[in-house]
Write a protein that binds this ligand. Structure first.
Ligand code: DX5
Ligand code: ZN
Length: 218
């Protein structure tokens, strides 16, 4: 099995001292930096916007894994690209013309990720799975860090792994929400490739050590 990628979620960082937290992420074994953008419409919370993220992008040495929890995410492809993002994740539930949005993200020179809320079945992706670079499975209802992992996600990871194998898709499987040292092993076992972790990393006494543990879990 391939190595597990770790994408710490900036939402749980200390916003009063962002640089100190980003220095630690840069010095760690983290593979990516996960960035949650919310609009108060698609989800019941607002996080941070592009003026703040410009400085985060300058400070981060890790590729940016941007998760847009907003309506009409296609309106911001240019802004996300200009941040220097590696991956742009849009919600299935926010995109009636998902195929077009995925093509536009790839044409802009980014990898395209599609995100599913906990109540959206994996089977909804059957006709797009070969076009996407990643599927992000939400293991909490999006909008807040520090929520409890929804165990049903494990079944979805296994179903998605089967769909990817059956179609020959190259899509990675990322899981986001309530991932920690306790929930990570079963996700890896089920077939996850990338783990997002907010509170588990940023609220840990030893951030760098926790990332090492998540990365080297078997
Ligand atoms: C939730 C966000 C997550 C969140 C994860 O809406 O998409 O990325 O920051 O935080 P934890 O790991 O604390 O559940
Ligand atoms: Zn996220």
């Amino acid at each position: 099995k391939n190595e597990i990628l770790i994408s710490p979620s900036l939402l749980s960082a200390d916003f009063g001292n962002l640089k100190a937290d980003l220095d630690k992420i840069n010095a760690s074994e983290a593979d990516w930096l996960h960035i949650d953008i919310m609009d108060g419409v698609f989800v019941p919370n607002i996080s941070f916007g592009f003026p703040v993220l410009k400085y985060v992008a300058e400070l981060s040495k890790k590729p940016l894994d941007v998760h847009l929890m907003i309506v009409q995410p296609e309106k911001f492809i240019r802004e996300v690209k200009d941040l220097g993002a590696m991956m742009m994740n849009v919600h299935f539930e926010a995109c009636p013309h998902l195929h077009r949005v995925v093509q536009q993200i790839k044409e802009a020179g980014m990898k395209a990720g599609v995100t599913l809320n906990p109540a959206t079945p994996v089977s909804m992706l059957a006709d797009i799975i070969e076009e996407v670079d990643m599927v992000l499975l939400m293991s909490v209802n999006p909008g807040f860090g520090g929520q409890k992992f929804i165990p049903h996600t494990l079944k979805k990871v296994r179903e998605l792994r089967e769909l990817i194998t059956a179609t020959g898709s190259h899509a990675l499987i990322e899981v986001d929400g309530g991932v920690n040292l306790q929930t990570a092993p079963s996700l890896i076992e089920a077939g996850a490739d990338v783990l997002v972790a907010g509170n588990a990393v940023f609220k840990a006494d030893d951030m760098i050590g926790t990332i090492h543990q998540l990365k080297n879990m078997k």
